[in-house]
Design a protein around this ligand. Structure first.
Ligand SMILES: CC(C)(COP(=O)(O)OP(=O)(O)OC[C@H]1O[C@@H](n2cnc3c(N)ncnc32)[C@H](O)[C@@H]1OP(=O)(O)O)[C@@H](O)C(=O)NCCC(=O)NCCS
Length: 168
């Protein structure tokens, strides 16, 4: 339970009423998310309100980032392996009725907890923000942009878990 919502893997939930205001994200949940889970290309986690309806969701898949893309102060604390293991939040959306209640942040933190508990080691969460508002949201929640690609952002899992601990 996070921020009054239960967050769990997408199953046989009713997705038709979900309305984030971004058609592509609503359509993805309604028509594509289960297929991606079945094909093992992306997992999907949904936040349920107290009536069991989907209030938000995110997708999570294994990824990596070049060590050379990391800011120098982060890179210098990492071994010289060319790739840094990561988990990509490919999509994130909150139903309009539930915006600005902390659910977006709770979904990001749920991703951090899952990434932190995974058997393959994951150093950071990655996101590819779709617009400036999304960049602002992610920066507000501790993510930093890569110098070469400001719409791509990362958050070390350890930093996210520390923030979660500080919040509690
Ligand atoms: C981006 C989105 C997921 C945020 O969800 P949310 O539940 O409204 O966000 P939260 O309430 O958890 O906000 C967490 C913090 O970010 C801030 N924040 C939220 N949206 C913001 C925005 N657009 N700009 C700036 N700050 C924002 C909140 O003020 C809050 O700050 P606080 O912790 O200091 O109070 C939601 O607006 C959404 O679904 N947007 C459409 C889809 C989208 O853009 N997805 C992003 C993936 S590319």
């Amino acid at each position: 339970m996070t921020a009054g919502f239960v967050i769990e893997p997408l199953g046989a939930h009713d997705r038709r009423g979900f309305a984030s205001g971004v058609d592509a994200l609503d359509r993805y949940l309604a028509t594509q998310a289960s297929q991606d889970v079945k094909r093992r290309v992306s997992n999907c986690f949904v936040a349920l309100d107290d009536a069991g309806l989907i209030a938000g969701y995110y997708t999570l898949a294994a990824s990596s980032v070049l060590l050379t893309e990391m800011p120098p102060e982060t890179a210098k604390r990492l071994p010289r392996y060319p790739l840094v293991p990561a988990a990509l939040i490919g999509r994130l959306a909150v139903d309009r009725r539930f915006r600005r209640k902390g659910l977006g942040r709770a979904l990001v933190m749920d991703a951090a907890v899952r990434a932190g508990g995974s058997d393959p080691a994951i150093f950071a969460l990655l996101v590819d923000a779709k617009d400036d508002a999304a960049i602002t949201f992610y920066r507000h929640n501790g993510f930093r942009s890569f110098a070469s690609k400001p719409h791509c952002l990362f958050l070390p899992v350890a930093t996210a878990l520390q923030a979660l601990q500080d919040d509690s």
